[in-house]
Write a protein that binds this ligand. Structure first.
Ligand SMILES: [Zn+2]
Ligand SMILES: [Zn+2]
Length: 319
């Protein structure tokens, strides 16, 4: 399976500002030595030596992921603003001619997970078929409501693709293509559901939005069991540890909690996800570094079996 990230922010889109780009350029120029700029190769080497935040941005779009099976079949998770750009790419895969068909899983319907749907062009093209899955009740009504005339000029039915809704029960597994999907409710205001996607022996778990705290580790066993041996666990790490202490019951976790859970569950790859909209690229570099340091600190047997990644727009992982 492959997972590709199209939107990695939590709460609200947070486009990078021109002033931040100017700051990155200033910092890069300050770091450059004459020997870094001799020829194309030395410039490339210099760029490759810079921190991620100086040469990239983590991205400002809200939650949307693309999952591909071995046979390249498509599942989309959530329809935050990242789905707009995914939709544009899908137009070259038959969706422009009304020949596209795929599945969309919704974790919940907070705005940052649905607000890209009205701008998802394949939804407007007759002939495309979307199988829409959710555990939250009345999912169809919730998505239609976003298209009320008071909120958006185009009604849900004016988007002419065929939309078929599937209501699932938490914990009950279901099949999509050759995949087995299971789910688990997460602690989050209004409710949110994690999906575990299994193809043959490989497992990807999407676990955002979720509030887990180090000072409240009771009843974690069912989650550790659910996350057990996952090849990839994508987890809500919206806050730094300090910030999380100030925002109890806001419904999100920190990288430290995620690392603890991932180590306990013997997860192979942990992906830090659902970044706070107020965090700059430089702050996210720091979040990533601290998460890796924390892992090394608490992984006392020094097994180093847990690999930590931080989500950015365009990141692709394969299992
Ligand atoms: Zn969210
Ligand atoms: Zn949410």
């Amino acid at each position: 399976m492959k997972v590709k990230f199209w939107g990695v922010r939590g709460s609200i889109p947070s486009p990078i500002k021109g002033i931040s780009i100017r700051e990155k350029i200033k910092n890069i120029l300050t770091l450059a030595k004459p020997s870094d700029l001799l020829d194309e190769q030395s410039i490339k080497n210099f760029i490759n030596s810079l921190p991620f935040s100086l040469t990239h941005t983590y991205g400002g779009n809200t939650t949307c992921l693309e999952i591909r099976t071995e046979k390249n079949e498509l599942i989309i998770i959530d329809a935050g603003t990242g789905i707009r750009e995914l939709g544009n790419v899908l137009l070259n895969e038959g969706y422009n001619d009304g020949k596209g068909e795929c599945h969309i899983l919704f974790t919940h319907t907070h705005w940052d997970h649905i607000q890209g749907l009205p701008f998802f062009t394949p939804f407007y093209i007759k002939g495309n078929v979307f199988h829409i899955h959710g555990i939250s009740d009345n999912l169809e009504h919730r998505l239609r409501y976003q298209h009320n005339f008071e909120h958006f000029p185009v009604s849900f039915d004016k988007m002419e693709a065929t939309k078929i809704f599937y209501q699932h029960k938490e914990g009950e597994s279901f099949q999509i293509y050759d995949l087995t999907i299971t789910s688990k409710g997460m602690k989050h205001p209004g409710g949110s559901y994690s999906y575990k996607i299994k193809e043959k022996e490989k497992t990807i778990i999407f676990g955002s939005d979720a509030e887990f705290r180090l000072d409240n580790i009771d009843n974690l066993d069912p989650y550790i069991e659910y996350f057990k041996d996952a090849d990839i666990l994508i987890f809500d790490t919206q806050y730094t540890f300090e910030e999380q202490l100030k925002k109890i019951d806001w419904g999100h976790s920190s990288a430290a909690v995620a690392t603890d859970l991932a180590l306990k569950a013997n997860v192979k790859n942990l992906v830090l996800f659902h970044h706070d909209p107020s965090y700059s690229d430089e702050t996210l570099d720091e979040v990533f570094l601290r998460a890796k340091r924390y892992r090394d600190m608490i992984d006392s047997e020094n097994k180093k079996s847990l690999k930590i990644h931080i989500a950015y727009e365009g990141l692709e992982l394969f299992v």
